[in-house]
Design a protein around this ligand. Sequence first.
Ligand code: HAM
Length: 426
Amino acid sequence: MAYSAPRGTVDILPEVSGKWQELEQLLRTICANYNVKEMRTPIFEHTELFSRAVGDTTDVVTKEMYSFADKKGRSITLRPEGTAGIARSYVENKLYALPEKLQKYYYMGPMFRYERPQNGRQRQFHQFGVEMIGLESPYVDVECMVMAVTVVEALGLKDITLHINSLGDEASRDAYREALKQHFAPVLNELCYDCQQRFEKNPLRILDCKVDKDHSAMKDAPRTIDYLSESAKEHFDKVCSLLDDLEIDYVIDTNLVRGLDYYSHTVFEVISDDPKLGAGATVGAGGRYNSLISELGGPDNPGVGFAFGMERLMIALGDDNNEEDGLDVYIMPLGHEAKDLAMQILTMLRANGFTCDMDQCDRGLKGQFKSADRYHAHFSMIIGEEEVQKEVVNMKCNHSKEQSIVPLENIVAFIENHYEGGDHHE
Ligand code: HAM
């Protein structure tokens, strides 16, 4: 039987994993720059965590979760996103008791959603996310947004827009929910079954319905921004004025409500119009969540964060700068004795910090030179019978084409001298 990877999953093969590592390294550097520390939480959590945090009327929870019963019958879910796990860990490990009131975390790793796979959408995908927990300040909302913009700028992504909106506080959302109910009540029987359920439980979710998205009532639905309480409006105005001061471009998108329930106040999305992704693709998104920590049993500590889809960042990055690092040395033994010696030298060179490899296939010179070429080796080290007898190796610099006979005990010094002469492959 031929096996294939499950639909919506992708193997990251060695030819692209280097580019993933570069992306990860760049993100880690930005996090260090922002004093944001890594947190690693489990890939699976109790299902109740997500239904509570993300919301049991959201598409993510009702349709997209990979849930299963473990051997003791507990319901377990592969994490569909990272915020819930970080919030759970923050409460469970009492991180709110640390002397620094504002805690800043980042994470990178696989997430799982049962969605229809398409360009930049998978069932196992990766997110890079940041959560800043502890303060309600609009300055922290803006720190998050600036960080998200820094990420796309550092990656050189073009045609990017920051969309922002406010959902307001509890009072604003109560008023808004009421307005939505009044708006949709007359057309309720024209909406899909799910929307009729949402109408009762959580009318905000009607707005991200994929079935009814073209219904005329969607177009003139009430806007969150018109129902903000005084203090919610003040918070949002401050966010906007801080962005203005920092000269960060943004558009206020009154249709932006986000598909997860934990949000309050500021929500935002980083939208790309790069044709490689398809116009209007969301590369990253986030917002404030002021009641999530207390809902999970912690103190009343607010948070704000965002996450980028790393596959989308990779697609937008394109195929340039795919320059592969080469080997320092490729060792080419000819014959059994030479191979024994090659193994010794290989181990010794690696212990000295050089990147190297040797032919293990007992091929002739021609095949071995081809490998040296494919691995972009700086040196080919040829060891034949004569070299073994004389206790030397034949070093060929693949850049200058120069060949040198080097005694075994001088190999390391020879390579170092050569590189110090400025002829390093980097
Ligand atoms: P989200 O909008 O559900 O938010 O996902 C964030 C990003 O993950 C999306 O903008 C997209 O780039 C990527 N993404 C989502 N689903 C997929 C998929 N099936 N395949 C590929 N990429 C995908 C969150 O997850 C929130 N936890 C963000 C957040 C953090 N809010 C506050 N803190």
